[in-house]
Design a protein around this ligand. Structure first.
Ligand SMILES: Nc1ncnc2c1ncn2[C@@H]1O[C@H](COP(=O)(O)OP(=O)(O)O)[C@@H](O)[C@H]1O
Ligand SMILES: [Mg+2]
Length: 259
């Protein structure tokens, strides 16, 4: 199963990515969770202590690795480099194990201008493609809202894109923008997860604005989840009601993809 999670900043993408990854790992699946957000914090959401999490260097900043694999220095534009660098050993060599989940802090493919053709972009694109197309593990990609840099091949092979929204029109606007990108990139199926719901009334109101989407699940607002960020523990099992909903979503995804 290859799943990408996108949406506006702060809606709960990382929380959902971490909880799904941990859930599947507990069920004895092999899971690679990929942090592809420039504001990387999947490590601590998985439960890694802040001191260790803050020391992780994203792949995109590993200059020696980029040079070794592509034959060019990172940031170099227009120089000669390999378009098909070796990436298949990266999850083993550079991923770290957090509570049964293999975490890969990748960083983000830079957009526009010279960013499109620099060696670190080539390496990351190739890596994402490898993860989505060649691996047997469950892959969960924690992404920023922009998905256009992933590339068509990667997107077409992704099983599912989940857009997380929270009660608020701005996150719905972002969902529509992501939906458009997803269509252009050939993503097979797209779902919404509504997070931080405080009341049925809120839920009803939101669903009216989401008629063009299929809702995969709903997650309640939880003080324990919010505090997990402050107190540096994983949000995933901190609240029974929240976790039940995660479980429901995880099972729905499995059913949808494996049928
Ligand atoms: N269901 C929830 N209830 C309360 N707080 C939440 C919930 N989901 C996420 N949060 C909090 O919202 C903030 C942003 O969540 P995060 O997962 O980092 O979002 P994103 O990755 O989309 O930027 C964090 O402080 C997180 O603890
Ligand atoms: Mg995040």
């Amino acid at each position: 199963m290859k799943i990408a999670i996108s949406g506006k900043g702060g809606v709960g993408k990382t929380t959902l990515a971490a909880c799904l990854a941990k859930y599947y790992a507990q069920k004895n699946y092999k899971v690679i969770a990929v942090d592809a957000d420039p504001d990387a914090n999947l490590a601590s959401a998985l439960g890694l202590e802040y001191g260790k999490a803050s020391k992780i260097i994203p792949l995109v900043e590993m200059k020696a690795l980029i040079e070794e694999r592509t034959g060019a220095k990172s940031g170099e534009y227009g120089s000669y480099f390999k378009l098909n660098p070796k990436v298949d050993d990266i999850p083993e060599k550079f991923g770290i194990e957090v509570d049964g989940v293999r975490l890969l802090v990748a960083g983000t493919i830079k957009a526009g201008g010279s960013g499109c053709y620099c060696p670190e972009n080539i390496l990351l694109k190739r890596l994402f493609k490898h993860l989505v197309i060649d691996r047997d593990e469950i892959i969960i990609l924690d992404m920023e809202a922009g998905i256009e840099h992933l590339g068509r091949g990667t997107c077409e092979n992704m099983d599912m894109l989940i857009i997380v929204i929270e009660p608020g029109l701005r996150s719905i606007q972002t969902a529509y923008a992501v939906q458009k990108m997803a269509k252009d990139l050939g993503i097979k199926s797209l779902f919404i997860v509504i997070n931080k719901i405080k009341s049925d009334e809120e839920k009803k109101l939101l669903k009216e604005s989401l008629k063009d989407f299929e809702v995969l699940g709903e997650l309640p607002y939880s003080d324990k989840v919010r505090q997990s960020d402050l107190k540096n523990y994983s949000p995933c099992a901190s609240d029974v009601k929240f976790y039940k909903k995660i479980e429901e979503i995880a099972n729905k995804i499995k059913e949808f993809i494996t049928v």
